[in-house]
Design a protein around this ligand. Structure first.
Ligand code: FES
Ligand code: FES
Length: 159
């Protein structure tokens, strides 16, 4: 194995993965290109838009700002863990019901940020929701439907 390549082990969506990665490979590229988890989107590639957000050990993280080798030993959760096309999870259903997506480019990052918020705070206020989503940019929706969807998902999990 060349010096610039490392073998790392990480848990992605609950499955252990052992992969060889270039030292400079970004976590976002590992997920998309080597693990075929293309739900995670790459927009700005400089930590601004939030499209690439995943959970690393439960913390919402820009995967375009993290090298894959830095995720060695970590638990990574991507949007694919939140539900499947044929079996949407509660947050995805709420986004769909409230028209909280249009082009969908921001949606994976929004859903992961929303998931992280609800894990930490199951009963967020509107202000909590706005603050938690502030790092995720959306060009299409005007944000209101996203806030409505997140608040609805929070309410529904208490039923
Ligand atoms: S692609 Fe990572 S923050 Fe924009
Ligand atoms: S739905 Fe298009 S950027 Fe958010």
């Amino acid at each position: 194995m060349p010096d610039s390549v490392r073998e790392i082990t990480l848990a992605v969506n609950g499955s252990e993965c052992v992969v060889e990665v270039e030292a400079r490979l970004l976590l976002a590229d590992l997920l998309r290109d080597k693990l075929a988890l293309t739900g995670t989107h790459i927009g700005c590639e400089q930590g601004v838009c939030g499209a690439c957000t995943v959970l690393v050990d439960g913390v919402a993280t820009r995967s375009c700002l993290m090298f894959a080798v830095q995720a060695a030993g970590a638990r990574v959760t991507t949007v694919e863990a939140l539900g499947a096309e044929s079996d949407l999870g509660p947050l995805q259903r709420a986004f769909s019901r409230h028209d909280a997506l249009q082009c969908g480019f921001c949606t994976a990052g929004m859903l992961i940020a929303a998931f992280a918020l609800l894990e930490e705070n199951p009963s967020p206020s509107e202000d909590d929701v706005r603050q938690a989503s502030a790092g995720n940019l959306c060009r299409c929706t005007g944000y209101e439907p996203i806030v409505d969807a997140l608040l609805a998902a929070a309410r529904e999990q208490h039923r």
